[in-house]
Design a protein around this ligand. Sequence first.
Ligand code: SIN
Ligand code: FE2
Length: 210
Amino acid sequence: MNLFSHLATEPTHEDLFAGAVLMRGLALAQDAEFFAAVERIISAAPLRHATTPSGLPMSVMVTDCGTERAFERRWDPASPQRARLWPPMPRVLLDFALRCAVRAGFPEFKPDTCHINRYQAGTRLGLHQDRHEIDLSQPIISISLGLECTFLLGGFERTGEVKRILLEHGDVLVWGGPSRMRFHGVKPLKPGDHPMTGPYRYNLTFRKIA
Ligand code: SIN
Ligand code: FE2
């Protein structure tokens, strides 16, 4: 946590690109509630290793929650039985995601899923586009909890220029509209020990997948 985030009492509102908004500290006021909800989701639907599109295990661990309709339609078609473990999206998370969407200029956002990533020291996420969702007019809302990371927000080609963004505990990042298909990723996590999450960074992304 840097000096700025300690001193900041009001969340920021930074327009990074058209449709991409960073609201630092917006989740801080309810961080313990959100983390408790994450722990409940994980106890119902245990973390598993994500796999690459070609089926190789990745170091990032993932789980999900959301509506039955969402998981029936999409996301993990190879393992419909796993999707059946998804608990419903906790109200406290859904309400917050809707508030974030309004602040970022997406009042129509109707997420049906919250996908959770857990990073530990060394875990990275290569540059990719989020293209599993059917309705690309809906944004992605991302909440970071725990250890900080360097998030990369690029352009529309994998090889384009990338903006490096420090994401800390409580930060909210939204990408939608003209930024919806921007490449993005996470640099290898640095080791650390966070008072709430220990050696991990959790990222929650709210999406409409069905
Ligand atoms: C993602 O790209 O799906 C997650 C990004 C993050 O962990 O911040
Ligand atoms: Fe992504």
